[in-house]
Design a protein around this ligand. Structure first.
Ligand code: SF4
Length: 354
């Protein structure tokens, strides 16, 4: 009997961790990634420092990537899965290359979907002027700016004197059909403000919020620290609209719900903290493998409380942000969990779904 074969789809934090753990356990693994590199969205969008230890993303992910590359795991970059069938416990897939050509395929005993998320498109919140005002950017673009250590106002290249963050853009917002919390936006925005203050203490930083959701240790490591050590200021209230002010500034019009009065504050740059939604790859793979989608558009775990990496399809497992917003360490942990559950399933071949 040959080695048991596993397919991992997606080379971000969860997929890397799943592939490596399967390989370390002596399994035969193939890792498929649609981009030309490994590391997923954090690498693609050039994230800067990762909360809470403020380590560069390379320091967090590169060791994992190097291990996967060094282990000799079969890697198919610039590749997607174009068809899938599951018969008698055998998962048969075909691949397509990035230019749409057929690119082989294979038979596997189990599959792990680690197909990730995408940032919500802030164009849909037109009142914030994203795409209209060059100095309104979203927090993934600001992350890339911090990562390249090039803090400048997009409209004229000048150093900003006052920067504001607007939390919950495309999250917790029934008007745009996004009811859920992105879990990470508060933490990442506060971390960004701290990064700005650390490099340029003279820049004023304001965070507009409805409530702050820096869960767990992040409350202490980021929220309180940002105020006490970095002088980041917080305004409770949601910006209703953004307009152009004098000398190229932007005016944020909001209701300050603590002072209970309207406020209009000029900024040099405004950062929109956009929410997370399922990536197109996640939705496509769910359809291809017949995996259920939950009400927010992510993959539905078989049981969200006790079987978070199983799906409704016996041979198909899931990890990372394919099932919803999640931090990088959680995605890495889920990758390992999915690897373990997939191995247990394949060894015993006991159907999970009656
Ligand atoms: S994590 Fe913060 S920014 Fe994101 S939706 Fe929740 S409250 Fe809003």
């Amino acid at each position: 009997m040959g080695k048991q074969r596993f397919l991992v789809i997606g080379g971000g934090p969860a997929g890397l961790s799943a592939a490596l753990d399967l390989h370390d356990a002596g399994m035969d693994v193939e890792l498929v990634e649609k981009e030309s590199f490994l590391g997923g969205t954090p690498k693609k969008l050039h994230y800067s420092l990762i909360a809470p230890d403020l380590k560069p993303v390379e320091e967090v992910l590169d060791p994992l990537i190097k291990k996967v590359e060094g282990a000799g795991i079969s890697r198919k970059l610039n590749t997607t899965v174009s068809s899938a069938t599951i018969r008698d416990g055998v998962v048969t897939v075909k691949y397509a290359s990035s230019d749409g050509k057929q690119a082989g395929g294979g038979d596997f005993d189990a599959v792990i979907l680690a197909t990730g998320f995408t940032h919500w498109d802030p164009h849909k919140k037109y009142e914030y002027g994203y795409g209209l005002y060059p100095d309104v950017i979203d927090f993934k673009d600001f992350e890339a700016m911090l990562s390249s250590d090039r803090l400048e106002r997009p409209s004229d290249g000048k150093m900003p004197k006052r920067i504001g963050w607007l939390l919950c853009v495309g999250s917790r917002d029934r008007q745009v059909g996004k009811f859920y919390c992105c879990r990470l936006g508060c933490a990442v925005s506060i971390k960004q403000a701290m990064e700005v203050k650390k490099r340029h203490p003279e820049i004023d930083t304001y965070v507009y919020y409805m409530d702050i959701r820096t869960y767990g240790f992040w409350e202490d490591q980021l929220y309180w620290k940002s105020m006490e050590e970095y002088n980041v200021k917080f305004i409770r209230g949601r910006i209703g609209a953004i307009s152009r002010g004098e000398n190229g500034s932007l005016i944020a019009m909001a209701e300050d719900t603590i002072l209970q009065r309207p406020s209009e504050v000029p900024f040099d740059m405004l950062i929109l903290t956009t929410g997370m939604e399922a990536s197109s790859g996640t939705v496509e793979m769910a359809k291809l493998f017949g995996v259920d989608i939950e009400e927010h558009g992510f993959v539905k775990p078989l049981q969200a409380d006790s079987m978070p990496v199983h799906t409704n399809v016996d041979s198909v497992f899931v990890a990372g942000t394919a099932t919803g917003p999640k931090a990088i360490p959680d995605a890495i942990t889920e990758g390992s969990a999915a690897a373990m559950k997939a191995m247990n399933f394949v060894r015993r071949k006991v159907p999970l779904v009656a």
